[in-house]
Write a protein that binds this ligand. Structure first.
Ligand code: NAG
Ligand code: NAG
Ligand code: NAG
Ligand code: NAG
Length: 611
């Protein structure tokens, strides 16, 4: 009967989902305002990928949108997923659906996990809201909000690189300058150019501690994007360098990537002079590789004579390409011989070009994780170049400027979210359906479900289940009110406890298919789920029943999307099922009863629902 009911749901789902333009998004009963992007993932060697979570920040339109377009549910913003594409944190509502760039875990501040990102400037650029560099602690609370304190118009979107210790960070800086075009041999002519550089910011105050700008260091003719015969430009001017990444090494020198000179620069932290150029028209090195329009240049290692760098060789931009495939590159420059050699190259697995944006990361186990940006395309490679995994957003409408993988521990300051509702056709077949999630929490292995007779009543453990997805559904026998949940880690520790919630009831019980004379009253959970020891000989059976229940839970998890998508349908189905004399899911409830009735109410330390 349960199966029949479920199959009828699936049949209906086809009808429902085909008209649903959001099928590439996840939605949740517990967080109805959030639509999180789904990933399509292909694993080629699941066992060989590095442990860690994915950090992405999907955006739809690169420029801030008018506030009138912001009515939609929270979609755009920072997100964390696990390596199976299961959502861990949706930060889109926290930042009002605004674009977030360079979202990543920061594990170099102290011994705790942090997050950093750029909140893009507001819709009216130049107004008060110039954008910010953000650092969140592992409770998802802002620890530092770094504002633009100098004369720059916006917080540049390309880089927020928190340096070791978390005292300072690097950001890119663009300025419009009116200059003479002598660089191009046009001595008496003037025009506007957009210069590029970086600032090192004091994270506590936003004060600019060091600024470097291409003006006077990088001539216009070094650009691969400026044609020397172009008429002089009005403001803002020729985007002749387009810097997009900055880093700093232990010696205090800076690495700067400029996409439109196809050059990576080492810049002295002492006097700002360019120590060397790698790539582009005026490379200081004899190279055994080429690259162009690169992104995300980083120091991997450096000493007085050798520097190892990583970067994404996009090999293309919006209008042209120099190679046929983009690649993550690791190169070493040797300043004793002025040679640069390619150490490793990881081509984009689909053989295509990343024309804009992207990122490259060497992971702790030496795997390489690459964000190819468009549509959130990302891949992980073994050190010897095997593609272990590739994934991209199911939706074609979003990209992520960079994508990263990091270990991370998230401990949200908000309690878990739980929603429960009761259904049934008469007093004997009532069932309480729980949905639970905890936005941002890592390491949840299972959920414990509690009910009490009233707000002051003792919590009665009514069951537990493995966490399988961001949101977990659980069905318990009876009409349980005053419910709460506990998140449990794999060692049995309580990670967090929800508040006590009332169970939602149908607005009109009879319209919801309830056949009883009056509306039902909640059960006393202690009577339904009182203390009983599991007889030893039954344990095996309990395990089997539990596994089966879990399988069923997966199926039901799909079904509820319909139930909640079209509330009326559930009523219809319940009514239809009640004609057959069976409440939908009664099969489930029977199984659950056999399982849960055995569990003792845990009242020892570590299992108390914390209040
Ligand atoms: C980080 O942990 C190490 C080793 O446990 C300890 O020595 C160090 O003091 C800690 N640092 C901070 C900033 O807490
Ligand atoms: C600098 O690094 C290179 C490459 O790792 C290494 O061969 C060289 O010995 C290092 N030099 C010093 C002084 O440590
Ligand atoms: C549920 O709780 C019981 C008793 O504490 C435990 O043995 C079992 O592993 C738990 N099941 C899950 C899925 O956590
Ligand atoms: C590998 C790749 O796509 N490289 C391109 C990156 O962008 C620069 C500049 O736009 C191109 O010159 C490269 O060919």
């Amino acid at each position: 009967m349960f199966l029949l009911w479920f199959l009828s749901l699936l049949a209906l789902q086809d009808v429902v989902v085909s008209g649903d333009s959001d099928s590439d998004m996840m939605s949740f009963v517990t967080l109805p305002e959030i639509r999180a992007l789904k990933f399509d993932i292909a694993y080629y060697d699941r066992a060989a990928v590095s442990p860690g979570y994915w950090f992405v920040a999907p955006y739809g339109v690169i420029d801030p949108e008018a506030p009138t377009k912001q009515w939609k549910p929270c979609q755009v913003g920072p997100y964390i997923y696990d390596a199976d594409g299961i959502l861990i944190w949706a930060g889109s509502c926290m930042f009002d659906n605004r674009n977030i760039f360079d979202f990543k875990a920061v594990n170099n501040i102290d011994n705790e996990s942090h997050l950093s990102f750029i909140l893009q400037h507001g819709y009216n650029a130049g107004a008060a809201d110039k954008g910010y560099g953000y650092i969140l602690n592992q409770n998802y609370e802002p620890e530092s909000v770094v504002a633009v304190t100098n004369d720059l118009g916006t917080f540049n979107m390309h880089e927020f690189n928190v340096l070791d210790g978390g005292k300072t960070a690097l950001a890119c800086a663009y300025r419009n300058e009116y200059v003479d075009l002598g660089d191009l041999g046009r001595l008496d002519e003037y025009g506007w150019i957009v210069t590029g550089g970086f600032v090192e910011l004091d994270i506590a105050t936003g004060e600019v501690l060091f600024e470097w700008n291409s003006l006077g260091y990088i001539p216009i003719h070094e650009s691969v994007k400026v044609n020397a015969n172009w008429p002089a430009s009005n403001e803002p001017g020729w985007d002749y360098v387009h810097v997009n990444a900055a880093d700093k090494n232990a010696a205090g020198d800076y690495l700067l990537s400029a996409r439109f000179t196809s050059t990576i620069y080492l810049i002295s932290g002492e006097d700002g002079r360019i120590i060397w150029r790698l790539g582009g028209k005026y490379s200081d090195f004899v190279q055994d590789f080429t690259f162009s329009k690169q992104h995300h240049a980083r120091f991997v290692e450096s000493n007085a004579t050798h520097t190892t760098l990583s970067f994404l060789n996009n090999a293309s931009d919006e209008t042209e390409n120099e190679e046929t495939v983009s690649a993550a590159m690791f190169v070493q420059v040797d300043t004793t011989t002025m040679t640069a050699r390619l150490l490793d190259r990881y081509d984009r697995p689909d053989g295509d070009l990343t024309r804009l944006r992207g990122s490259v990361q060497r992971l702790p186990n030496n795997n390489v994780f690459v964000g190819w940006s468009e549509r959130g395309y990302q891949s992980e490679h073994s050190p010897d170049g095997k593609v272990l995994m590739q994934a991209s957003f199911a939706s074609t409408r979003f990209s992520s400027y960079r994508s990263y993988k990091f270990p991370f521990v998230g401990r949200p300051s908000q309690p878990p979210d739980v929603v429960a509702s009761v259904y049934g056709t008469d007093e004997t077949d009532l069932a309480t359906i729980f949905h639970v999630s905890w936005n941002g929490a890592t390491d949840i292995a299972s959920w414990n479900f509690y009910a009490r007779v009233d707000r002051q009543g003792l919590p009665v453990l009514i069951g537990n289940t493995t966490k399988l997805d961001f949101e977990t559904m659980y069905i318990a026998e009876g009409y349980l009110d005053w419910i709460s949940v506990e998140a449990i880690d794999r060692n049995g520790n309580v990670l967090g406890t929800s508040e006590i919630h009332r169970t939602e009831t149908p607005m009109n019980w009879r319209l919801a298919g309830f056949q009883g004379d009056s509306k039902p009253t909640p059960n006393d959970p202690a009577l339904l789920y009182g203390k009983q020891k599991a007889p030893v000989e039954d344990l095996q059976e309990v395990d089997e029943a539990y596994e089966k229940a879990q399988e069923e839970a997966k199926a039901v998890n799909k079904a509820y999307e319909i139930i909640y998508g079209v509330g009326g349908l559930l009523i219809f189905i319940l009514a239809v099922c009640s004609v057959g004399g069976l409440l939908a899911g009664i099969y489930w409830v029977l199984h659950q009863r056999r399982v849960q009735a055995y569990y003792e109410v845990p009242m020892e330390e570590g299992h108390h629902p914390r209040q």
